[in-house]
Structure formats: structure tokens, C-alpha cells
Design a protein around this ligand. Structure first.
Ligand SMILES: C[S@@+](CC[C@H](N)C(=O)[O-])C[C@H]1O[C@@H](n2cnc3c(N)ncnc32)[C@H](O)[C@@H]1O
Length: 304
């Protein structure tokens, strides 16, 4: 699929001032592969079906109702709430969520801080779902979404007061370009909150995992290399926490799946397929055998 690269001017009241067509971004083979992985059909309607099965009143859906499906990162909403505290983001700010998925943490970040938040993601199916869920929650005034690549952000330099990226780096081979793009669109003094899976002492990984069907979609580097590339992009590192132990605890009881999977009405299997239990089990093994780690970072664009 060819993705349209739009140019968006963020403003303080969250309105999109201009949306000019610049051309088409012809995705290189690897990104196409990743785009297909994150492109389920008819996702919004499947989520609505799940909410109906759970007996939810669609006129009163809450952030917590959606949490099983829309916070697609290790430790879900618990991690999002910790990151929000760490961020220091305030209501007057406009924050960019890079690799926002279907926007669960984008919405929670806006709801809890009062900030405007704009999310971008490679997957147009996710972005369409993110917009429709945001309307369902009546949050569209302060939460916006656009399909775009983290490697070519469709925003001016120095546009955002803060940036936020939860578990996207695993799919990004060119980490320096991603981080340089984030740096470019941040205002001087702006903070970038990153919550990312990295490699660890052992290799290789067990596949599939929640972010990749096989090794062609997963680009993990050890924490030290990740730290180096953040600094190479120009950032100072303000906070660096290893959260691997919390991830290990969260997956401690994930057993090897046997037979046909019994899946919940609402869950991340809707985002990445019915083999999610095998993916979760492999993540558990990768964490326990120190093949992956989980790192929380606040990086700051220095004031000039
Ligand atoms: C594991 S999901 C995390 C989604 C979201 N941050 C969350 O925590 O719920 C990874 C996301 O990164 C997106 N992604 C991967 N590579 C990307 C790229 N180059 N540019 C933008 N988004 C990308 C995927 O489409 C997917 O939505």
C-alpha cells in the first residue's frame, strides 16, 4: 500500500492548520512488511463487537474499558500512568506520540495531563481506528492522529513541547533517523519519553513475539547501544531506568499455550493475530533468559 505523506502544522489549540499533500511515500520493502503486520481488517468494528460482547454501553465507553486492546505495550495502562508522572507534561503543552498504535496511551496522556496530543503511526488501519475510538470517547478536540512514518515526520522543526514513544523502536532498523526526526520536531528544552524493548545479554530471540512474526521485522540493540544512539541524535539523557524486572514479573505466569486458543472478547490479538498467546509465551522466555530488556528513558533536547 502506498501511504500519503501529509504535512501538518500543529497549533496550541490542537487544530490542524494546514494539511497539504506533499507526495507519496513509497515504503521500502522492510517497512511494507511491518505495515502489513499491523494492518488487521475492519479493526474498529471488531473492537465494537468486543465491547458489545462485554455488555458495555457504547455511549459510556471509558479509557479503562478499552485498555485491554488499546495499550499495546508491556504492563499496559500501569506503565502509561508511571510514564505520565515521569514526563512532567502540562495542560499548555502539545505532545507528539510517535508510533501511537490505536491511541490508548495517546488518549490517556491527554486525559491525565490536559495536554493536546497528536499521534502518528505507520498503520493507516490503526490510525483510522484511533480516530474513531477517540470520537467514541468524545476526545477529538485535544487528540489528533495522522498516518505517517517515524522516519519522515510531516511536521515543522521545533513544533512540539514534548514527545512520547512507547514500544515502537523494535520495528525500526534506522534508529538514528527516527530519533533525529523526533529531535527535529521538538522545541529546545522539550522532553522525549521513551519506553522501549532492547536486546540483552543472550541471542537470538524466540519468535514470534508481539511486535514481530520473525526476525526480519525486529531490530533490537543492547541498552548501551540504544543509549549511544539517543545521544548521537543530540539528546541529553535525564532519566534512564531499567524496568526489565517489572516486565519479567508481568509475564511470570504466562504458560506455553496448548490446543486452540481461548481468546478474550477484547485483547491485542485483534491487533496482531490469534497466535498472541504464543507471542506472549515467547516474550516471557525472552525476558527470563535475558534475551530482551525493557528501558524507560527521558531524553531532553538541550536549550541552545
Ligand atoms: C507494539 S505497537 C505499540 C503501539 C503504541 N505505542 C502502544 O503502546 O499502544 C508498535 C507500533 O509501532 C508502529 N510502527 C512501527 N514502525 C513504525 C514507523 N517506522 N513509523 C511509525 N510507526 C511505526 C506500528 O505500526 C505499531 O502501531
Amino acid at each position: 500500500m502506498i501511504q500519503v505523506l501529509s504535512f501538518v502544522l500543529p497549533t496550541r489549540n490542537c487544530e490542524v492548520q494546514g494539511l497539504a499533500f506533499l507526495g507519496s511515500l513509497i515504503m521500502v520493502k522492510d517497512i511494507k512488511h511491518i505495515h502489513s503486520y499491523y494492518s488487521p481488517n475492519d479493526l474498529f468494528n471488531k473492537i465494537i463487537e468486543g465491547l458489545n460482547k462485554l455488555g458495555k454501553d457504547l455511549s459510556k465507553v471509558t479509557l479503562d474499558d478499552l485498555q485491554p486492546v488499546d495499550e499495546f505495550h508491556i504492563r499496559g495502562d500501569a506503565a502509561t500512568k508511571e510514564l505520565i508522572k515521569l514526563s512532567g507534561f502540562t495542560p499548555d503543552m502539545h505532545i507528539l506520540d510517535v508510533g501511537c498504535g490505536i491511541g490508548g496511551s495517546t488518549r490517556r496522556l491527554s486525559r491525565e495531563t490536559g495536554a493536546c496530543v497528536t499521534g502518528i503511526d505507520l498503520s493507516d488501519e490503526y490510525i483510522d481506528t484511533a480516530k474513531r475510538l477517540t470520537q467514541l470517547l468524545n476526545m477529538q478536540e485535544r487528540v489528533k492522529f495522522h498516518a505517517a512514518s517515524a522516519l519522515a515526520l510531516p511536521f515543522d522543526d521545533n513544533s512540539f513541547d514534548g514527545a512520547w514513544s512507547l514500544q515502537m523502536n523494535m520495528n525500526v532498523e534506522d534508529k538514528l533517523s527516527w530519533l533525529e526526526e523526533t529531535y527535529r520536531v521538538l522545541k529546545p528544552g522539550g522532553r522525549a519519553v521513551l519506553y522501549e524493548v532492547c536486546g540483552n545479554k543472550s541471542m537470538p530471540l524466540y519468535f514470534p513475539v508481539p511486535w514481530a512474526q520473525d526476525s526480519s521485522m525486529s531490530f533490537l540493540v543492547p541498552p548501551k547501544s540504544f543509549r549511544d544512539v539517543i545521544k548521537s541524535a543530540g539528546f541529553d539523557i535525564d532519566v534512564w531506568n531499567d524496568k526489565t524486572d517489572l516486565a519479567q514479573q508481568a509475564f511470570a505466569n504466562v504458560a506455553e499455550p496448548m490446543g486452540e486458543p481461548v481468546l478474550p472478547a477484547l485483547g491485542v490479538h485483534l491487533l496482531v493475530g490469534n497466535d498472541i498467546k504464543t507471542k506472549a509465551y515467547n516474550l516471557h522466555r525472552n525476558l527470563d533468559e535475558e534475551r530482551v530488556s525493557l528501558i524507560e528513558v527521558v531524553a531532553v533536547k538541550p536549550n541552545v
